[in-house]
Design a protein around this ligand. Structure first.
Ligand SMILES: [Zn+2]
Length: 377
């Protein structure tokens, strides 16, 4: 716990909200990009949680959660400190672009991955200003955060849910006893993370299994880096529609966050019910998967909704040609059972496109070693 905490120009003051700017970078035409910082500190000591949002430009529900959550009354009741950054990628937010114009890559894949930084390969692009800024911000986050929540939006009208990442641990250059100790630490972290997510109270969906997770560079997301490199319990909250935040989802995320603060000993009072939204408890672990996929170019008229539970073989959409005539069997069926997290946007699909975002039964372990080649690359 850091009692005297400063992030950018924001300096914590017990019992108050403090505001400031964190200098991200200055570009060649002299534009200074800063990240807005809000620090809420209670009068009593307690843990420090970082709440971050706005790394993806069209996702405006997360910043809304922080604007509703952070009130003078909260600072008055709080034990410990909240460091909130509602706008992690201002260029994306100002144009509502997922990939910002100034750095044409997914900004939520630019956080440190814990590998030794090799000398710059002259044939490869150097890290962007954005990546360098996140590397600096990461060090500040790691120095003070005991917990982190990063707020996002999945798809239009999707369920509000949490992505729970798997915990990976290093085995390179370690003896068998050291590996056992590292594994025990990873399992303890997984236990803390599960309890934190349970406190938040929305639907829980496990992230991809290890290989796909690393392929997708999810270990370099905000919460992935905090969790895997920093060993800090951290999760991604996915808050349904982004460009037009749903008031019920925002309220449920504010309540869920306050429940996390209670779990962490930062706030008193009973757990608030999460009854504004649909929460699915399947009774077994589920992971995300894009399924089923169309095998031809077609129109799909969905026949299932967000939150529906489907069985393998159930019809999930009508398949039509562009004139509206049935194609083939005329329907598309679920390939496996699970929960519909959301429908793929639109009705026109190309071969191989998924038509649903599903949560399906997860058989993979939540704790495991990094792939052997990870630290060699
Ligand atoms: Zn996002």
């Amino acid at each position: 716990m850091a009692t005297s905490l400063q992030v950018g120009t924001a300096v914590a003051k017990p019992g108050s909200l403090q505001y400031g700017e964190w200098a991200a970078f200055e570009d060649a035409v002299g534009t200074r990009e800063f990240l807005p910082v809000i620090i809420a500190q209670g009068r009593e000591e307690g843990p420090c949680i970082w709440l971050t949002a706005g790394i993806h430009g069209p996702e405006h529900a997360g910043p809304s959660v922080l604007y509703h959550l952070l009130t003078p009354e909260l600072a008055d009741e709080l034990r410990g400190t909240i460091v909130a950054l509602p706008a992690l990628c201002p260029p994306g937010l100002r144009t509502m672009a997922y990939v910002p114009y100034h750095v044409p890559e997914n900004p939520n894949r630019l956080w440190p991955d814990g590998r030794e930084s090799a000398p710059q390969d002259p044939d490869k692009p150097a890290p962007s200003a954005q990546e360098r800024a996140y590397a600096r911000l990461y060090r500040e986050m790691e120095a003070s955060a005991d917990y982190l929540i990063d707020y996002h939006n999945a798809w239009t009208n999707s369920l509000s849910f949490v992505f729970k990442d798997r915990i990976l641990y290093r085995t390179d250059g370690k003896s068998a006893e050291e590996v056992a100790a590292t594994r025990a630490e990873a399992e303890a972290l997984a236990g803390q993370l599960a309890a934190m997510i349970e406190a938040y109270g929305h639907t829980v969906v496990n992230e991809f299994p290890v290989e796909k997770y690393i392929d997708e560079k999810l270990h370099r997301s905000t919460s992935g880096a905090a969790l895997l490199v920093g060993g800090i319990p951290a999760f991604t909250a996915e808050l349904s529609t982004g460009h037009l935040p749903d008031a019920a989802v925002v309220q449920a995320a504010v309540a869920g966050t306050r429940n996390v603060l209670r779990w962490a000993g930062m706030l008193d009072g009973p757990r608030e019910p999460i009854d504004q939204i649909t929460v699915i408890e399947s009774g077994y672990p589920v992971r995300r998967r894009q399924t089923p996929r169309v095998d031809r170019a077609c129109v799909v008229l969905h026949t299932v909704e967000t939150g529906d539970t489907v069985k393998a073989g159930d019809v999930v959409g009508l398949v039509r040609d562009v004139w509206g005539r049935p194609l083939g069997e005329g329907v598309i069926r679920a390939e496996e059972g699970g929960i519909v997290l959301g429908r793929a946007h639109g009705i026109y699909f190309n071969p191989g496109d998924p038509v649903l975002y599903m949560a399906v039964r997860d058989e993979d372990p939540m704790v495991g070693p990094y792939p052997e080649e990870f630290y060699k690359k």
